[in-house]
Structure formats: C-alpha cells, structure tokens
Design a protein around this ligand. Sequence first.
Ligand code: ZN
Ligand code: ZN
Length: 367
Amino acid sequence: MRFQAAVLRSYEDPFAIEEVTLRTEPAVGEILVEITGCGMCRTDLAVRRSAGRSPLPAVLGHEGAGIVVRTGGPGTAIGVGDHVVLSFDSCGHCRNCRGASPAHCDSFASLNLFGGREEEAPRLTDATGGALAPRWFGQSSFAEYALVPARNAVRVDPALPVALLGPLGCGFLTGAGAVLNTFGAGPADTLAVFGAGAVGLAAVMAATAAGALTVAVDRHPGRLALAERFGAIPLPAGTAGLPERIRRLTDGGAQYALDTTASSPLINDALRALRPTGSLGLVARLHTALPLEPGTLDRGRSIRHICEGDAVPGLLIPRLTGLWQAGRFPFDQLIRTYPLADINEAERDCDAGRVVKPVLLPEGRNR
Ligand SMILES: [Zn+2]
Ligand SMILES: [Zn+2]
C-alpha cells in the first residue's frame, strides 16, 4: 500500500513529505494503524545529532496514536477498529522485559534508536523503491499509516480524542512515570523539576495530581507560567541561591528532583536542593562528563537515570487518560497541532521554544 510520510533523508535537510510504499501485510503479532496524530519528541530531533548511528533515510515519529485497520490474524490481542496509543519497542523476552521493566529492555537502543528489528527485506520503501530505515521506535509514525508490534500498542477508550493521545506514549509518559512510578510521589512529598518542557510539565501535572508539592525551574517565563498553572511554585533558573530557595520552599529540601536539562550546573543545583535521602532522576541524555561538586551525594542522596518513566505503557497510559478524564492531567493544554505537511514548521517552533508539544496530523483519506 502507498501513503504519505515525512522522510528525513539527511541529518541536515528538512523533512520531505513523500509517497512511501509498505510492502507487507501485518505479520502475526503486528497491527496496521491509521495514524490520526503523532507527537514530536526531542528524541526525533536528536537524530540530527546522532553522528550516523540512527540510519537514514528514515520515517521518524514515535508518539503515534490512531485506529487499527488490519491485524496479523486472530492471535493478535488488538482488533480492527480499536483506538490505540503507540509506545516504545521492547523485545518481550529479556530479563528486564520479563521483569515488567520494558523501558530497560536489553535491546532498547537497537530496537528504538539505532536500526530497528532485523527484517529480511526492506518493508518500507520510497517511490523509487529505495529502502527506508527499519521502523523507528517500532513505529515510524510521521506518516498516514504505521505497521507496529501489537505489544507496543495500548488500547484506549474510543471516547477519548485519539489524535492528541500519542505523546502519552513517550514524552508525557516519561515525565508522569518518573513521578508516579520511579519516585512513587504522594501527598506531602516534595519535588523539584528542572526544565519545564513537555517532560517537565507532565511531571508537574502528575505531581499535582498525586498531591505532592512541586517547585519548577526554567529560563522561560512562559514555561514557568504554565508550570504555575498546573500547580507548581515557579522559580527562574537564574535565581540567586537557587538550591537554598528550593530547600526553604520544601521544608528542608525536596525529597525528589527531576532534571530534564542535562545541564551540569543545574544538576548540581538539583542535588543541593534535595533533603538527606533525596533522589534525583535524570531523563535527558548527557553529552559531556558530569562533574559533581563535593558533598552533593552525602547523607543518602542518590542519582539515577530514568528511561520512559520506568513505565509499563499498558498500565500507565490508562492511568493518565483516567486522570485526564477526571480533569487532573490536562496534557491537551500543552499541545499545538500542525498538519503533517507542516512538520518543518513544527520543528522550528520546537527548537525556538514556541511550542511545548507539537502534534502532527496526517491528512487521512477517510476523515
Ligand atoms: Zn527486552
Ligand atoms: Zn520520545
């Protein structure tokens, strides 16, 4: 079948909307999804700086959501017509997958970022028959259709606005999962969030929903205003004595801190803002060595990396849609939609900080 997709041909060029060809039917355990919307995540844009590790040309996009139009037979757990949110890929049988920790799948990097599953022949090609990279994050959802493993898809209530749900599969999952899964934050807990982008603001919303007190730090006044709207105490990143201010606001230090910036001065500030035994989670990829100031880890403080919010998507995504339906996780307020054809404008707006979460809407044929 042929359909439109946004193809990235080189690390420098803009995306190009092209007709692509899917040369296979869903195999057992796979589903074909008509994409109604796909979020743009920082990891999509980081491909440009992957120094050749993420293969091109490729169809990126890994926050897809849509409607199942075909399945790989009756053994597939998801059926035609189901509304689904697509999440990251995992192998399903390594030690961490078996331990309900698919975000730490042994094959996470290869399946999601650096080449996808081994497929005998190119399944997705361009109009001239040239092979495109194997699916990105098990999806490649900057397209009208995506062929995905059913195990990465989460069925959702058809009453929900499915076109907007894709970011629940990665960006919002990461921020909310850090708070609800990794930290297990609850009433009377305290949290400091560094960086109020899509991940940080999802963390703020989840913390507010969980009854925790949150301080949010960012350079952009607009982002701080959003953090405040969702229940956080806003603090500009340049505030003098930032860790002391946070400790005063959190009764002696935050129990948890989440860094989404990968800035080593801010990471040191985050550690200094923690109370004894407090934990710092890092979600952004570090590009340089991380020097820690003496004393920052004293008294039981800890630091760890968090991937995909430590989530089992099939458990966390329904929890987040339930909170949204109850008015307690208003993620839709972070989204601006663009036609898929305007993907380059969405990338520019994302880079310039003019939008928190772009969601790209394919034209579709039947809508
Ligand atoms: Zn695995
Ligand atoms: Zn992502």
